[in-house]
Design a protein around this ligand. Structure first.
Ligand SMILES: [Zn+2]
Length: 116
């Protein structure tokens, strides 16, 4: 009887399949994790970044229109409201609070990773 040398393939194939299943499971796990991380960061942080950009443009327009210096900081009533630069003050989709800034700095969201 010399079964070990001639027919190890079923055992070996089974272990390859097990490794392949582990790798596939790992890939699926990484994929799900990546989708979760990306969706959390981009789908929520991007609109906030967009809001900050819009507020920044409004700040630049306000400074230009009112001959303000680069260090002047507008108030909410300078930028937001009927007849102002933005009809309604944008809100962070995750509840962060926006702080206006001067022309040379971007406005800030109170949620730190929204300012990246
Ligand atoms: Zn935000």
């Amino acid at each position: 009887m010399n079964d070990d040398t001639n027919s190890p393939s079923p055992v070996r194939t089974r272990s390859y399949l097990r490794i392949a299943a582990w790798v596939a499971g790992l890939v699926v796990l990484l994929y799900v994790l990546a989708v979760f991380v990306l969706s959390n960061h981009f789908w929520h942080a991007m609109p906030c970044e967009h809001h900050l950009s819009v507020i920044h443009y409004a700040t630049e327009a306000w400074a230009r229109d009112h001959q303000k210096s680069n260090s002047d900081v507008p108030t909410d009533s300078d930028l937001f409201g009927p007849g102002k630069y933005i009809l309604e003050k944008p809100r962070c989709p995750e509840g962060g609070v926006y702080t206006l800034s001067c022309v040379t700095n971007r406005p800030k969201c109170s949620i730190p990773n929204h300012n990246d």
